[in-house]
Design a protein around this ligand. Structure first.
Ligand code: 13P
Ligand code: ZN
Length: 281
């Protein structure tokens, strides 16, 4: 069932669990993520970065996700991850994305508020929820890069949500996109502090490589959406490489797709259980 992120995130907030949001790069990843959700009876968000959108197109991802979502009973949402401009966010809404993020985290506070409000206004008029980011997630994800990560200031977050009217907020607590070379120093207390003064669901980015314990702590403190990208790519490539190394006679891409899907599905199911969203659909 194709739905927006509105209800699933509010339910997660009330229920004290998080919806897993998984980045997909192609049809195989989309099908693997949906299969995991259906198997565990979990609500799920599939998301594409601007780099992934450029690899194919917004229309293509919207068409694939809608077609696959209609085959299952669990709620499936398609979300634009780290939308980099007003135009891109609006285009995503126009072609049928059911949730969008506008990432103004590199801008000044005033500019971020102005941009996020403009997108939130369009989203509200179209019934499409909008996520914004305040503070910074370090590291690199496709074309999205930030040298440092900065903890979000709770009072700024309060003002930001009030003035923009966004539906959910990504905050910086010390995580980074990509592979961690050193163990990250998380300020999970900051999640509780932001939650005290902000009423919209909070979003955790850069979750690949975090321990189950850390993810659970973040969820317990108020993260309602947890994003995973790098881990899925790693599992996809590991399975693909293994097959090709073991059998150099493979000429059918479907055979590669099948092992990749199996590996991604397994990883998604594991992370869904850590987020506590299994059985919540
Ligand atoms: P990871 O690649 O670290 O899992 O981050 C995912 C993310 O934040 C997508 O927006
Ligand atoms: Zn992210």
């Amino acid at each position: 069932m194709y739905t927006t992120s509105k209800e699933m995130l509010l339910k997660a907030q009330q229920g004290g669990y998080a919806v897993g949001a998984f980045n997909a790069e192609n049809m195989e990843m989309i099908r693997a993520i949906i299969a995991a959700a259906e198997e565990l009876k979990a609500p799920v968000m599939i998301q594409t970065t601007p780099g992934t959108v450029r690899y194919a197109s917004l229309e293509t991802f919207a068409a694939i996700v809608k077609a696959e979502a209609e085959k299952v009973s669990v709620p499936v949402c398609l979300h634009l991850d780290h939308g980099e401009s007003y135009e891109m966010a609006v285009k995503a809404i126009q072609v049928g994305y059911s949730s969008v993020m506008i990432d103004g985290s590199k801008l000044s506070l005033e500019e971020n508020i102005e941009l996020s409000k403009r997108v939130a206004d369009v989203g509200r008029a179209c019934g499409v929820p909008v996520e914004a980011e305040l503070g910074r997630v370090g590291g690199k994800e496709d074309d999205t890069e930030s040298k440092d990560s900065a903890y979000t200031d709770p009072q700024e977050a309060k003002r930001f949500v009030e003035e923009t009217g966004v539906d959910s907020l990504a905050i910086g607590i010390g995580t980074a996109h990509g592979v961690y070379k050193v163990k990250p120093v998380l300020n999970t207390q900051r999640i509780s502090e932001v939650k005290e003064v902000v009423d919209v669901p909070l979003v955790l980015h850069g979750s690949s490589g975090l321990s189950d314990e850390d993810v659970r702590d973040c969820v317990k403190r108020g993260m309602c959406k947890v994003n995973f990208a790098t881990e899925l790519r790693q599992e996809y490539l590991k399975a693909t490489r293994k097959l090709l190394n073991e059998d150099d006679t493979v000429i059918d891409p479907k055979k590669i797709g099948k092992v990749a899907m199996e590996a991604v599905k397994k990883q998604v199911e594991y992370r869904m259980k850590v987020c506590g969203c299994d059985g919540k659909a």
